[in-house]
Design a binder for this molecule. Structure first.
Ligand SMILES: C[S@@+](CC[C@H](N)C(=O)[O-])C[C@H]1O[C@@H](n2cnc3c(N)ncnc32)[C@H](O)[C@@H]1O
Length: 261
């Protein structure tokens, strides 16, 4: 007999292992608690980081300027990919992100001669200005978009923002790594290999359900509302991220070339 389908839930609940009383006015995916967890989890996350790295290195995106949106300290970003760019701009609202990014990647980027510009601030609020100022750059949302639902109580507004991003970004090359869903997993479920797919895959589809089962998902899982981020049919890779014992995230990553008018 087959397993029951994995259903989704819309409630906000816990995030990144934070308890509810800790979450109110905080940046739920940044701050010292996030960095402490990321630092401690490097071994647990290593296989996922390697899958992300292999995918990034295999892509043919433009490699002159890179604008990173929400990269934190780049805990899961590979030096080998970053070092291929001539210039990198990072934007993160977390004041700890810039010094920690330099600590983790500064030496490698100095060796490669990559100019590194670290900015603390809201990258989303400045998208229009950034894309106008750097039309040839590659814009990468580094696990930021799946977090928006935790900052904005109006789920419909988040869904609208995420859906309209394609329109905002079409003139530049851009891509995103984001959470599609997250939730509890069966103990002992191994990490599935990364899987190629296409953007826009509905959670209820047989392929998505098969992927969730391979991750050992136990229903219900939290929907991060990112299904419409990338244009339907964009080639993507799915990865499982064993965030903490008994709890995993379904990551999706993909990118689109610029489509000038
Ligand atoms: C899950 S973390 C990214 C982790 C990153 N992929 C890594 O490898 O370490 C999400 C990041 O997005 C940042 N963030 C959230 N909203 C933002 C915004 N509007 N502009 C810039 N950064 C933002 C948070 O501060 C946090 O550092």
């Amino acid at each position: 007999m087959g397993r029951k389908p994995v259903l989704h839930t819309q409630h906000t609940g816990k995030r990144c292992g934070l308890r509810k009383h800790e979450s109110a006015a905080m940046n739920l995916s940044g701050g010292w608690l996030w960095h402490w967890r990321a630092w401690r989890s490097q071994a647990r996350w290593a296989a996922t980081s390697a899958q992300i790295s292999n995918w990034l290195l295999a892509q043919d995106m433009p490699r002159q300027q890179l604008v990173l949106l929400g990269p934190s300290a780049g805990w899961m970003l590979p030096d080998a990919w970053l070092a291929q760019f001539q210039e990198i701009h990072t934007w993160d609202i977390d004041p700890l992100a810039a010094p920690l990014f330099r600590w983790r990647h500064g030496a490698a980027l100095q060796r490669s001669g990559t100019a590194l510009h670290l900015h603390t601030g809201d990258g989303l609020a400045q998208l229009e200005a950034l894309t106008a100022a750097m039309p040839k750059a590659f814009f990468w949302f580094d696990n930021l978009l799946g977090q928006l639902r935790f900052n904005e109580p109006a789920i419909n507004a988040v869904a609208h923002t995420l859906h309209s991003l394609q329109g905002q970004m079409h003139a530049v090359a851009w891509g995103s790594l984001h959470d599609r869903m997250s939730g509890p997993t069966q103990g002992g479920a191994g990490l599935p290999l990364a899987q190629p797919s296409q953007a826009g895959l509905a959670m209820e589809s047989p392929q998505a359900q098969a992927w969730l089962q391979r991750m050992g998902a136990i229903s219900p899982w939290l929907d991060h509302l990112t299904e419409p981020v990338l244009p339907q049919g964009t080639p993507v890779q799915f990865c499982a991220w064993p965030f903490k014992p008994g709890y995993a995230h379904w990551l999706e990553m993909g990118w689109c070339p610029a489509k000038p008018a």
